[in-house]
Write a protein that binds this ligand. Sequence first.
Ligand SMILES: [Fe+2]
Ligand SMILES: [Fe+2]
Length: 141
Amino acid sequence: MTADAYLIPIAWSASFESGMPELDEEHRVLATLYNDLVRALTRRTSLILRHEFFETVETAAAAHFGNEERLLRKLGGTDVLNHINSHSRFLDDIARLRLAAAEEHALHDAAHVLRRWLIEHFHEDQVLFKALRFHGKAPPD
Ligand SMILES: [Fe+2]
Ligand SMILES: [Fe+2]
């Protein structure tokens, strides 16, 4: 990864889909928030509402995790627990960055965390929700 690879927008594609339309819509919102941040950083426009940016990410992510975890708990198991723990760690990272929001590096760090984390998250969700459907535990369409 080059120095600024974390500033490349995420182009949503079918390869990210988990097969759960509502969750995928929430994933798209999170990807859009990241893309908004990239746009602000690459055009060197200041994100005046820094705190609000972090709060929006936290709120959207927390709501998404709540929805996702309700479904994943039906599947259970170590992989699900590890994944749920990764949700908590993400929220901790974003909360820590929000506290440093006034510092210039915070937004770059946030872009780095968001890009790496979102793509990993989408792929882990694909595996877990495939298993949920395989076991017949996904809600009907
Ligand atoms: Fe997840
Ligand atoms: Fe997710």
